[in-house]
Design a protein around this ligand. Structure first.
Ligand code: ZN
Length: 245
């Protein structure tokens, strides 16, 4: 069964166990022009399946458009091995959101990291993070939404304060510029703090998506729509947040 509104899924890499990491490529509808190159992804932690479902449902709400310069990629599941096993980490037992080449990365040379937070031996040592980093570079992605659970808040890094406020207003979950614990090697640290790329970490509540489906849809629809019509002169704000999951 194929969904006619979606471009064919593109595979950007394979997981440690050989599962495809696939995304949908869309253009912003011509009626909502945007020039942003935006990635929305979920499922980096395998015990957060609601994030996968939220991206899948976003994909079904969006129709492919033509004629605008903006690009939108929807990647439901960055960690398909963890999702298949129902556990947070990758098949290598690495926390993929500690494996990015942020200045804050600390290799796990002495196995001293807290259980469950192994960052891996070096940045991008894992096929999943390497595939994402390669994609971000090749496509010159300019903004990212990373979906997690279960803290029910909108966290951000880089110049994304106004974007986070807009999403928070839409869904009712508060903006939390700091998640409350250090996150060395996270995607937010790398893209937002080191490189100044706006990134939202949307934390869904706990439990099944069905119990907060409307709020999640409002959050993600607003996260995408925020960039519509902002194609000339009005870039993202410049104040920075710190530290996402
Ligand atoms: Zn997570």
């Amino acid at each position: 069964m194929t969904d006619p509104v979606l471009a064919p899924a593109r595979i950007i890499g394979l997981s440690r166990q050989g599962r495809p990491i696939a995304l949908h490529e869309l253009s912003f509808p011509a009626a909502r022009p945007a020039t942003i190159r935006l990635l929305v992804f979920g499922g980096i932690h395998g015990d957060e399946p609601s994030s996968v479902e939220a991206v899948d449902e976003l994909a079904t709400r969006l129709t492919a458009g033509a004629g605008s310069g903006g690009r939108l990629w929807l990647l439901p599941a960055l960690n398909p091995d963890g999702l298949a096993a129902g556990r947070k980490n990758s098949a290598s037992d690495v926390d993929l959101n500690r494996n990015f080449p942020a200045r804050s990365f600390v290799p796990n040379v002495d196995r001293s990291h807290a259980p469950g937070y192994d960052p891996g031996p070096r940045p991008l040592s894992e096929p999943e993070t390497a595939a994402l980093a390669r994609f971000l570079e090749e496509e010159r992605v300019e903004a990212v939404v990373a979906i997690h659970a279960p803290f029910a808040c909108v966290n951000y890094d880089g110049p994304a304060a106004a974007w986070a406020e807009a999403v928070s207003t839409a869904c009712g979950w508060p903006v939390r510029p700091q998640i409350g614990y250090p996150t060395p090697g996270s995607l937010g640290s790398w893209l937002g703090i080191d490189r100044g790329i706006p990134i939202l970490t949307l934390e869904l509540p706990g439990g099944p998506l069905a119990s907060y489906r409307a709020a999640a849809a409002s959050a993600l629809d607003r996260a995408v729509d925020y960039w519509s019509g902002r194609s000339s002169g009005r870039g993202p704000d410049r104040s920075s947040g710190r530290s996402s999951e």
